[in-house]
Design a protein around this ligand. Structure first.
Ligand SMILES: C[S@@+](CC[C@H](N)C(=O)[O-])C[C@H]1O[C@@H](n2cnc3c(N)ncnc32)[C@H](O)[C@@H]1O
Length: 238
């Protein structure tokens, strides 16, 4: 088994870890990831239209999109999603089309459903990151963008050694510390119709990057994309 297919995190561990994080997630990770979220939302807004937030978590980003973006959110952790549901209701976010418990690796959306797929601090927490990216490319409309804020591991030096040392402990918390930029770049190279268009270092300490991919084709060339039955919606939250 090669490093690309080997799932060093499993779904149960990740789901349990985020179910546990849910009550304190915003307190611990709200401010620290704020700049990355702002950059991802700005990139998504430049494309606009229907946006899928993968690993939407507690829905911390949702109120920051403009009302003209139609938002769909999915997450593997029901406890995180419950927080998102409350947030959608409290902010009266009528542009949220729905929130679903769903695995990023097996999205229940038809091909070409979204103008933008956003995943903030998610791809390296997924058991099979490349399979997850394949799904993003599938549900993205031609001319659309994948916008990630993601961990990028160090290539060498002290940080690389520390990441290697802490990897087993981090896995128990639902994270990967080691994840080279080559994995994102190589995925794009071997995925037909997908181009890497930006990589920008993000705080804290540049350990994360804003990474954007474009899908070749003409915007608007896709069908509307029927959505699966709602798990929770802004309309049913009350
Ligand atoms: C670090 S949190 C990021 C949450 C949010 N995007 C933010 O900006 O704070 C990672 C999220 O991804 C979700 N996640 C991890 N693996 C997933 C998968 N395979 N499918 C869907 N969601 C997943 C977790 O449950 C968690 O809510």
């Amino acid at each position: 088994m090669n490093s690309l297919s080997h799932a060093d995190l499993d779904k149960q561990t990740v789901t349990k870890a985020y179910d546990r994080w849910a009550p304190v997630y915003d307190l611990v990770f709200g401010a620290v990831f704020e700049r990355g979220r702002e950059a991802a939302i700005a990139a998504a807004e430049r494309v606009g239209g229907r946006v899928l937030e993968v690993g939407v978590g507690t829905g911390i980003s949702l109120p920051h999109y403009s009302q003209t973006c139609r938002l769909c959110g999915i997450d593997i952790s029901e406890m995180m999603l419950r927080k998102a549901q409350v947030r959608v209701a409290e902010h009266g976010l009528t542009n949220v089309e729905g929130l679903w418990v769903m695995d990023a690796e097996k999205l229940s959306f038809p091909d070409n459903s979204f103008d933008v797929v956003v995943a903030q601090y998610v791809v390296t927490t997924a058991p099979n990151p490349e399979a997850t990216l394949d799904e993003f490319a599938r549900v993205l409309k031609p001319g659309g963008e994948i916008v990630l804020v993601s961990r990028v591991g160090a290539e060498a030096g002290l940080r690389r050694s520390l990441e290697h040392f802490f990897a087993p402990a981090a896995r128990k918390l639902g994270w990967r510390t080691e994840f080279s930029f080559d994995r994102y770049a190589n995925w794009a190279t071997r995925t037909g119709g997908i181009r890497l268009i930006e990589r920008r270092a993000m705080p804290p300490l540049g350990h994360f990057s804003l990474i954007r991919f474009a899908k070749d084709g003409t915007p608007g060339a896709a069908h509307a994309g029927a959505l699966p039955e709602y798990y929770q919606t802004a309309q049913t939250a009350h």
